[in-house]
Write a protein that binds this ligand. Structure first.
Ligand SMILES: Nc1ncnc2c1ncn2[C@@H]1O[C@H](COP(=O)(O)OP(=O)(O)O)[C@@H](O)[C@H]1O
Ligand SMILES: O=C(O)C1=C[C@@H](OP(=O)(O)O)[C@@H](O)[C@H](O)C1
Length: 344
């Protein structure tokens, strides 16, 4: 026996069928849907849709806290991810799954293709991002965002997307340091002046950024977290830790090389992936704890799990940016307790 549940966005109504066992939880998650653009269509349910949604439900209702303790960095997780936040992300996953479902349905069903194609223009993700950014802005209230994370975690890539969506300027602290050193590259600073000079310059850059600018996104260097003084500056804004498994970082770095990342330079004969992974592991041992000082943690493993992806590598930078906005909003919601602006 099934019961129909209607999810109504501004201009759409989507009808699903569910067994009674699941329906209360689903109703709850749909009510909490907070941020997503609705597809402009009315769509009939079909078997494939139901099957996909049920698969989604099975994976998404796992207690995510079970997974928070899994990978590197997770021991430090402080269960900030309360039930309310979890449900919001589940609703994100639900809409994503709906998109994926329609994409596969559209391969076989011309009537759905016509309507479904509206959902799958390349701008879908962009629209969701934009909507989320607009939602987060009042919470930020002019504060800047500092992205922290290990080398290659995507601070610059994701930061650029977040800044673009917010209409903020992106600053890369490594670039500021290079400019302050008359164009000397990070690798050259390490080679000619040593790491301590680089760290001094890094602190100066963060100080200047935090005291001079508002409404900026800052992509910090991976080691910015190790000096307590840097946190004093970064805490003038909102800090977000992009937590990415070391293996994924090593793959990314192997793909682009280590030229710009002197701490990963390696003289040994191992392949670049293994060398990068070994180096990253040692660096992590020395500073992993420090990332916990961030106001929020965006774990790529958790996002992939929630969205039902097999691999962290399936996540797009935009999906990560959307999740980062969710975390900013949740953090500020709890911290400031500001009233939600009308209409959100
Ligand atoms: N979500 C992602 N998926 C795949 N590759 C990514 C992703 N985010 C970043 N990258 C790639 O990883 C590398 C490092 O990213 P970058 O943004 O420079 O990291 P960081 O600024 O943290 O050092 C770049 O080559 C970038 O294109
Ligand atoms: O982790 C680190 O100590 C460093 C990370 C680098 O920045 P990215 O995180 O942008 O690679 C850069 O600041 C420098 O090579 C040191």
């Amino acid at each position: 026996m099934t019961e129909r549940i209607f999810k109504t966005h501004k201009s759409s109504k989507v009808e699903y069928s569910f067994t009674p066992i699941k329906r209360e939880r689903l109703r709850e998650s749909l009510c909490l849907s907070s941020c997503l653009l609705a597809p402009p269509l009315t769509k009939k349910k079909n078997n494939m849709e139901v099957a996909t949604i049920q698969r989604f439900q099975c994976s998404s209702w796992i207690d995510l806290r079970t997974f928070e303790g899994k990978p590197r960095g997770s021991l430090r997780y402080s269960l900030r991810f309360n039930e309310d936040k979890r449900l919001k992300v589940v609703s994100l996953a639900l809409d994503k799954r709906r998109d994926h479902r329609l994409r596969s349905v559209s391969d076989n069903n011309s009537s759905v293709l016509e309507t479904g194609s509206l959902l799958h223009s390349p701008s879908d993700e962009e629209q969701i991002l934009k909507r989320k950014a607009e939602e987060v802005k009042p919470y930020l209230n002019g504060r800047s965002i500092y992205l922290v994370g290990m080398m290659g975690s995507g601070k610059t890539t994701v930061g650029k997307i977040m800044a673009g969506a917010l209409g903020y300027t992106l600053f890369d602290s490594d670039t500021l340091i290079e400019q302050a050193m008359n164009g000397t590259s990070v690798a050259e600073i390490f080679e000619h002046f040593g790491e301590s000079v680089f760290r001094e310059k890094e602190t100066e850059a963060l100080k200047k950024l935090s005291l001079t600018y508002h409404q900026v996104v800052v992509s910090t260097g991976g080691g910015a977290v190790i000096r307590p003084i840097n946190w004093k500056y970064m805490h003038k804004g909102i800090s977000i830790w992009l937590d990415v498994p070391l293996e994924v970082l090593a793959h990314r770095i192997a793909a682009v090389g280590t030229d710009s990342r002197p701490l990963l330079h390696d003289d040994e004969s191992e392949d670049i992936y293994t060398a990068a992974l070994n180096r990253l592991s040692k660096i992590w041992d020395g500073r992993g704890e420090a990332y916990n000082n961030a106001n929020a943690r965006v774990s790529l493993e958790n996002i992939a799990l929630k969205l039902g992806y097999k691999s962290v590598s399936d996540l797009t930078p935009t999906e990560i940016a959307i999740e980062a906005f969710e975390h900013v909003q949740s953090y500020l919601d709890n911290k400031d307790g500001i009233a939600r602006p009308d209409g959100l």
